[in-house]
Ligand binder design. Structure first.
Ligand SMILES: Nc1ncnc2c1ncn2[C@@H]1O[C@H](COP(=O)(O)OP(=O)(O)OP(=O)(O)O)[C@@H](O)[C@H]1O
Length: 217
């Protein structure tokens, strides 16, 4: 399925301030730099973007806080919520479930921010089937060797989880580089340069949001 074009970037909702902007999806292999780039966006535009906090059944890493980095839930609770239709997308990765709840996206919309989703290719395929109509950005590492080097340097993975991430990355790179699957691609080579590319891609959405009267703090 190709990407949709031509939909307004933001549309008015009820109330004087609330505006629903098309969510932005950042997708790319593990270690591509999605969190790093997101952090920069949030530093430059405080309050303008609302980061959609995913649910996951994986264990928290050191320093990760429930409700901030993820909503950490049991597999049983997550499967039940998926069955009840509470998720826009969900995926299984490395033996753990991940997903974006409808409530999370609605929460961000209500707060007046542009919703950003950090999801994998399985999730992208699902949001394309939903009525979310997000702006899809693929974050690509400069090479598989560099991806591996960054993941190793991050020191968050065991050899086993690292290998799983690298194995998944090959298929994700192929999907990400297939013409028509994303609206834009950012190659995360040098960080400042990559951020500049991302900024340029998002600028029309940022400008529109500001013109419509977003509610950043
Ligand atoms: N342009 C860059 N140059 C060098 N290192 C980078 C660059 N971008 C990100 N990194 C580093 O690479 C590692 C992976 O980045 P990050 O955690 O942002 O990836 P991610 O796509 O969010 O991964 P995951 O999907 O596993 O959460 C981090 O240690 C980060 O500091």
């Amino acid at each position: 399925m190709g990407v949709s074009v031509g939909r307004p970037l933001c549309t008015a909702m009820s109330g004087p301030v609330a505006r629903a902007c098309r969510p932005v999806v950042l997708c790319g292999p593990s270690g591509a730099g999605k969190s790093t780039l997101l952090g920069r966006l949030q530093t430059e535009f405080p309050g303008l973007f609302g980061f959609s906090v995913s649910h996951t059944t994986r264990q928290p890493r050191a320093g990760e806080k429930d409700g901030v980095h993820y909503h950490f839930v049991t597999r049983e609770a997550m499967l039940k919520a998926i069955e009840d239709g509470q998720f826009i997308e969900h995926a299984e990765f490395s033996g753990n479930l991940y997903g974006t709840s409808k409530a999370e996206v609605e929460r961000i919309d209500r707060g007046g921010a542009i919703c950003i989703l950090d999801i994998d290719v399985q999730g992208v395929k699902q949001v394309k089937q939903s009525d979310l109509s997000p702006h899809l950005v693929f974050i690509r590492p400069p090479s598989m060797d560099e991806l591996e080097r960054r993941l190793r340097n991050r020191k968050t993975e065991t050899e086993e989880t690292l290998q799983k991430r690298l194995a998944a990355a090959a298929a994700e790179m192929e999907y990400g580089q297939t013409p028509g699957n994303f609206h834009a691609t950012v190659i995360n080579d040098e960080l400042d340069h990559a951020y500049e590319q991302l900024r340029r891609v998002l600028l029309p959405i940022i400008e529109q949001k500001k013109a419509n009267g977003a509610a950043p703090s």
